[in-house]
Design a protein around this ligand. Structure first.
Ligand code: TXA
Ligand code: MG
Length: 312
C-alpha cells in the first residue's frame, strides 16, 4: 500500500492538523514531523495520553520525554530559565535544541513526562507541521521519536508506519525531515546528547561547554541515571501490607492507593510516578507495590519499579 492510500496517514494541511488536534484534545496520540525526526505526540498535561505514547513505542522503561512548546514565553511558563538558558533559547529557537531546566513548581505537566524528576526537557521546534499542531491545540506536546523502542528513528511518514503500524494512531505526512537526527540536548553547560547543533555553536553562546558529568558522551540517552527514586525502601510483588508499609495496589490487591483498580496497565503507567511520590511523602516508613503483569507497557512499569527498589 502506498503511503497516500494508508488509512492512518494524512497529508499535511489545515484539515489534517484540525483532525490531529481533535485526537490530541481527546487524549490520543499523533505522529507528526519535526525538523529532526517524526515525533509521537500527546498532551503533556494528560498522564493517560502520555502513557499511550509509551505503550505504542513498546518502551521497556520510562525515559523522560521532551516537551514541545511554541515559543520562549510558553517554555518559561513551564521551567525556570537562567541567563545561559535564555541566551541559548534566543540563539537557537525555534530549532533542534532541547534544554533541560528546573521544572516550575505547579507546572501542568504529567509526572510520567519527566519520569518524576524535578527537571524538564523543553524544545521550540521549527517545523511547520508540529508548529501548526501546537497552535491548534494550545497544549504543550510531549513527543519522543515515532518508532518502536530500539528501531531506527523515523524521518519519513513511511518509516513511522513501518515501525509502529496502527499503534501510531494518526500520522501526518509532510515529507522528509531536514535534520534527520534528534535534537542537541543541553543541561547547564553540558551537552547531554550531540545533535544537529554542534557543541562548538553552544560554546560560542555560553563561552564554554563542560564535559558531561560522567566524562563520556551519552551514547544512549535515557540510560542516564536521571530517574526519580523513592527515598524510602520499596518492596515489590506485595500481596498484603506489612504494619509499617504504604501499599500501592493494582487490580485485586487494594492498598492505600492503587495504580489501577481495574487492572488497566495504561492507567497504571499514567499513575506510577504520582503514586511513588505520594507514598514517599506518607507517614509510612516503607513502601510496597502489588504485582503488575509484565505484558505490554507493564514491562516498563516493572523495569521502573525494579530500579526504584534497587536504589532504595
Ligand atoms: O529531536 C528530538 O529531540 C525528537 C523530536 C521528536 O523532537 N525527540 C526526541 O525525544 O528525541 P526522545 O524522547 O526520544 O528523547 C528524549 C531524551 C531522553 O532519552 C533523555 O535522555 C532526555 O531526552 N531527557 C528528557 N528529559 C530529561 C531530563 N529531565 N533530564 C535529562 N535528560 C532528559
Ligand atoms: Mg528516540
Amino acid at each position: 500500500m502506498t503511503i497516500a492510500a494508508n488509512p492512518l496517514v494524512r497529508r499535511y494541511g489545515t484539515a489534517a492538523i484540525e483532525e490531529a488536534a481533535q485526537v490530541i484534545r481527546s487524549g490520543g496520540i499523533v505522529a507528526i514531523p519535526t525538523e529532526t525526526v517524526y515525533g509521537l505526540a500527546a498532551d503533556a498535561g494528560d498522564a493517560a495520553a502520555v502513557a499511550r505514547i509509551y505503550a505504542a513505542k513498546g518502551r521497556p522503561s520510562f525515559n523522560p520525554l521532551i516537551v514541545h512548546v511554541p515559543d520562549l514565553a510558553a517554555a518559561e511558563a513551564l521551567a525556570v530559565f537562567d541567563g545561559d538558558a535564555r541566551a541559548l533559547a534566543e540563539a537557537f529557537w525555534p530549532g533542534p535544541l532541547t534544554l533541560v531546566l528546573p521544572l516550575r513548581p505547579g507546572a501542568p505537566i504529567a509526572s510520567l513526562v519527566t519520569a518524576g524528576l524535578e527537571t524538564i526537557a523543553l524544545r521550540v521546534p521549527a517545523h511547520r507541521a508540529i508548529r501548526a499542531l501546537l497552535a491548534a491545540t494550545g497544549r504543550p506536546l510531549a513527543a519522543p521519536s515515532a518508532n518502536r523502542s530500539n528501531h531506527l528513528s523515523p524521518t519519513r511518514a513511511a518509516h513511522v508506519v513501518a515501525s509502529l503500524g496502527a499503534a501510531a494512531g494518526l500520522v501526518i505526512d509532510d515529507g522528509a525531515c531536514t535534520a534527520g537526527v534528534e535534537s542537541t540536548i543541553v543541561h547547564g553547560r553540558q551537552v547531554l546528547r550531540p545533535g544537529p547543533i554542534p557543541a562548538d555553536a553552544i560554546a560560542a553562546v555560553l563561552g564554554a561547554v563542560e564535559e558531561a558529568r560522567d566524562g563520556s558522551r551519552i551514547v544512549a540517552p535515557g540510560q542516564l541515571a536521571v530517574h526519580y527514586a523513592p527515598v524510602k525502601p520499596l518492596r515489590l510483588n506485595a500481596t498484603e501490607r506489612r504494619a509499617d508499609e504504604w501499599l500501592i495496589g493494582f487490580g485485586d490487591v487494594a492498598g492505600h492507593d492503587t495504580l489501577s483498580a481495574s487492572g488497566d496497565l495504561v492507567e497504571a503507567a499514567a499513575r506510577l510516578f504520582d503514586a511513588l511520590h505520594r507514598a514517599d511523602a506518607s507517614n509510612a516508613a516503607a513502601l510496597a507495590v502489588a504485582p503488575v503483569p509484565d505484558d505490554g507497557i507493564g514491562a516498563a512499569i516493572n523495569d521502573r519499579l525494579r530500579r526504584a527498589a534497587a536504589r532504595s
